[in-house]
Design a protein around this ligand. Structure first.
Ligand SMILES: [Zn+2]
Length: 274
């Protein structure tokens, strides 16, 4: 996918399944069950989509999926399937892990960050040896100070492995990480959750990450029960979807299996993918 001078590739490392009710919050099953298919345990599939952004001189990865260090019990609970790890996926598109200059995390839930660290001879080691790792400082601290509500989203991921690289960059608020690639704090899913907005030669693309994980979440009240601040999600969606429609952003959806990108349009106050 071409955006001005940039190339954007969707890198999908398998899928996992989550409870359908938890994915749609206050929306009755009658409504959401028309949009997704559930298994006998009421679970629905979520793709593990990451973005590879290639500018003329940098390669940036936005999120890293669930990774291969999961236990058989975890794989059973979340029905993890077809996960091969980011090293495999990066090589699959003809690159090496050393080619990645920067990894940006939307937030640090296990399905977004765990793919960044591998266990080599019993020791956790970063998958991308030369990359700088970028995350909101608030999210970094939040992930390491969980409570009964938030703990389920975070694993025992080795944050130390990223710290040891000396290339962990904790940022505060919106930032242009390199010219044309911006992170924007949306809040909602977690207080410091961020999305990425890409602009080159007047064209724009974006990934909302878990603010809008799939097109089924385009209707404003379709908000995950997992969100820590659902009313913040609502207001961020309202503002950002309007901007996406006005400026014809090419939008990527991090957990969509079937149609993971498209352009948002607004018809009579409702947002849809065209
Ligand atoms: Zn997620």
């Amino acid at each position: 996918m071409r955006i001005g001078e940039f190339n954007i590739r969707l890198i999908t490392d398998g899928r996992f399944w989550l409870d359908g009710g938890s994915m749609f919050g206050i929306v009755p099953r009658n409504f959401w069950s028309r949009l997704v298919e559930c298994d006998e345990q009421n679970r629905m599939p979520l793709a593990l989509n990451c973005l590879l952004i290639e500018t003329p001189d940098k390669r940036i990865l936005f999120d890293t999926g669930i990774g291969t260090n999961t236990s058989p019990k975890f794989n059973r609970i979340y029905k993890v399937a077809d996960v091969k790890g980011m090293r495999y996926r990066i090589e699959e598109v003809g690159l090496k892990v050393e080619d990645i200059d920067m990894v940006i995390f939307s937030h640090l839930h296990f399905d977004h960050v765990d793919g960044a660290v591998d266990v080599v001879d019993g020791t956790p080691a970063p998958v991308f040896p030369d990359a700088e790792y970028i995350v909101q400082a608030g999210e970094w601290h939040h992930a390491r100070d969980t409570n009964e509500f938030t703990a389920g989203g975070y694993s025992d991921f080795s944050f130390e492995a990223l710290e040891r690289t000396g290339r962990l960059r904790l940022i505060e608020g919106d930032a242009e990480v390199i010219p044309g690639v911006k992170v924007h704090v949306t809040g909602g899913h977690t207080a410091h959750h961020q999305m990425v907005i890409i602009e080159s030669k007047g064209e724009k693309a974006a990934c909302f990450a878990d603010l809008i994980p799939m097109p089924a979440h385009l209707p404003l009240p379709y908000i995950m029960a997992l969100d820590e601040y659902p009313l913040q999600t609502l207001e961020s969606k309202r503002r950002l979807l309007r901007q996406a429609a006005d400026e014809r952003w090419l939008c990527f959806f991090d957990h969509e299996c079937d149609a993971p990108f498209g352009r948002v349009c607004e018809k009579e106050g409702r947002f849809a993918i065209s």
